[in-house]
Write a protein that binds this ligand. Structure first.
Ligand code: SAM
Length: 541
């Protein structure tokens, strides 16, 4: 066996698994399974199957997920840089599938970095509804924000907060919540030997404390009748059945929705809680429900070890009316508690993505992502006149609106907000974000610089070719796409720039790779100036 497992872990698994132990241990002799998941915000599964350069085998529990042969390097293909697929461990695709997300849902991914499951949820939302994606680690939220942008998500807010602060801002707000909990990572020992090293420091006991805290808070974030999926990538029953048993005992209004064997899950093991400290008071009914939680085992399925529980709040029809009434009152209280802002300058909102209860359209304070207010109380105001003798400075939001109407063919979703010189489309009422550490208040569409709107890379990454008035298509097979991704200027004839309507080729061009948006270029006189951001460039040879 190539993997050197900790002795205490092996001893515990032998005790728990009994007859199955040998087959479990044998799984460490084979290579871990590698997977990719098609980003259906950009390409349909069928399209991807047509154009894929990889040998694909379907993953049974994820319709957009595929095994690729071990040793394949999907990170070294232009499609990866165009956000057409996400590289994800196959078992890790299961929790977001179990969440049952539908377009229009309000979804919270509480422990989200680096964003594998968030990008999966975003694809299921199809741009409708809201994804609030959060991680407590400021450092890890950088990768999270980058992935949200690379995968073309238009309706996400990225936070770097404690669950309690989010619960204060969004009480009873979310239809679906994913808790992909920090855990001791035993299920990943085969895939990532670093997890073995971390096992001592991220001890089961330490993880249990974090998980309990997160799970307890999650219930107050959930809208009536909503669903929570709790998942870990560990085998330890303390972090799995015990944690869910404790939650169910404290929340009799929740029940487990059984995860089916058809997805490869084996039943949860309440019998492993016998004699475990803190589990004595679990009722028989709770223990019975724990068998409906699921475990993915590396010796049973083609994937690493995982655990998942689907928890649904059950609303008693007699009390449902009271709950709804009290929620309406709390929404009104939210409306009244926020300060009134200017009412005239909101650029565009789309009804589907607005808060369910109407809110005042307003131009937003300039704020800086990270929750550190940039404006210190200054509101953005359009200038009524310049200095004497100078033309009045253009209203930045008007400049933005002009760019969108001339250069793009799309209706902007959500509410336009400005933080400093940065413009975002925010999918929630922005007042809810006051006082939170906000990494991205929405889709970052561009900056105002010297009175001009400069479109951002995340704007390009989320566009479909038909939404830009100028496009150029590079082919992945002839080296051109890689040269673009490396930041090179390309010679492009005017005829190669596809223009809609009467626009000339000169100006911002959406650069596509085999028909999928990858970034901006600026065309002038036969040359395409590269606007692919330095920090995102292809660095491999
Ligand atoms: C298993 S990882 C998440 C992986 C992620 N869901 C994905 O699919 O890419 C767990 C994450 O929980 C975060 N975390 C730990 N404690 C947290 C807390 N109290 N609140 C929110 N996030 C927390 C960690 O920083 C870590 O990024």
């Amino acid at each position: 066996m190539a993997v050197r497992l900790p002795a205490a872990f092996v001893e515990r698994m032998q005790h728990l698994l009994g007859d199955e132990f040998d087959s479990f241990m044998k799984s460490y002799d084979s290579a871990p399974h590698a997977g990719i998941r098609v980003n259906t915000l950009k390409a349909s599964v069928k399209e991807f199957q047509r154009l894929t350069p990889f040998e694909l085998t379907a993953i049974p529990w994820c319709p957009s997920g595929f095994y690729v042969p071990y040793g394949t390097k999907p990170g070294l293909h232009p499609y990866y840089h165009a956000g057409i697929y996400y590289i994800q461990e196959p078992s890790a695709m299961a929790p977001a599938e179990l969440l049952g997300v539908k377009p229009g849902d309000r979804v919270l991914d509480l422990c989200a970095a680096p964003g594998g499951k968030s990008t999966q949820i975003a694809a299921k939302l199809e741009g409708q509804g809201v994804l609030v994606t959060n991680d407590i680690s400021a450092d890890r939220t950088k990768a999270l924000a980058k992935n949200i942008e690379l995968y073309g998500v238009r309706n996400a807010v990225v936070l770097n907060e404690t669950p309690q602060k989010i619960a204060d801002a969004f009480p009873n707000y979310f239809d679906k919540i994913l808790i992909d909990a920090p855990c001791s990572g035993e299920g990943m020992f085969r895939k990532d030997e670093d997890m073995i090293k971390q096992w001592e420091t991220h001890s089961v006991e330490r993880c249990v404390l974090m998980q309990r805290d997160i799970l307890q808070t999650a219930a107050s974030l959930l809208a009536p009748g909503g669903t929570i999926v709790y998942s870990t990538c560990t085998f330890a029953p303390e972090e799995n059945e015990s944690m869910i048993g404790e939650f169910l005992q404290a929340h009799p209004d929740f029940r487990v929705i059984p995860v089916g064997p058809e997805l490869g899950f084996r039943p949860g093991r309440p019998d492993w809680l016998q004699g475990m400290a803190g589990t004595d008071d679990l009722s028989d009914q709770v223990k019975e429900q724990l068998t409906g939680t699921g475990r993915l085992w590396p010796h049973v399925i083609e994937g690493e070890g995982h655990y998942a529980a689907v928890l649904q709040q059950v609303i008693d029809p007699d009390t449902a009316a009271d709950v709804n009434a009290s929620l309406l009152t709390s929404e009104s209280a939210f409306e009244e508690s926020v300060s009134i802002m200017d009412s005239s300058l909101a650029v565009q909102t789309e009804p589907g993505n607005r808060e369910r209860k109407s809110s005042r359209r307003s131009e937003r304070l300039k704020r800086e992502p990270g929750g550190r207010t940039a404006d210190h109380g200054h509101r953005h105001k359009s200038k009524e006149g310049g200095r004497r003798g100078q033309p009045p400075a253009a209203d930045p939001l008007e400049v933005y609106r002009q760019f969108v109407s001339v250069e793009l063919r799309l209706t902007l979703p959500g509410e336009t907000v400005m933080y400093g010189d940065r413009i975002y489309q925010c999918p929630v009422d922005p007042r809810r974000l006051d006082g939170l550490k906000v990494v991205r208040p929405g889709w970052f569409t561009g900056n105002i610089k010297n009175g001009r709107f400069v479109p951002s890379h995340p704007l390009a990454a989320a566009l479909h070719p038909e939404e830009a008035v100028r496009t150029v298509n590079l082919l992945s097979g002839n080296g051109e796409a890689v040269r673009y991704l490396k930041g090179e200027t390309l010679a492009v004839t005017a005829d190669s720039v596809q223009c809609k309507g009467n626009v000339s080729p000169k100006g911002y061009v959406l650069v596509c790779i085999d028909g999928y948006a990858a970034g901006w270029g600026k065309w002038l006189d036969g040359m395409l100036r590269n606007e692919y951001p330095a920090g995102w460039r292809w660095t491999s040879v």
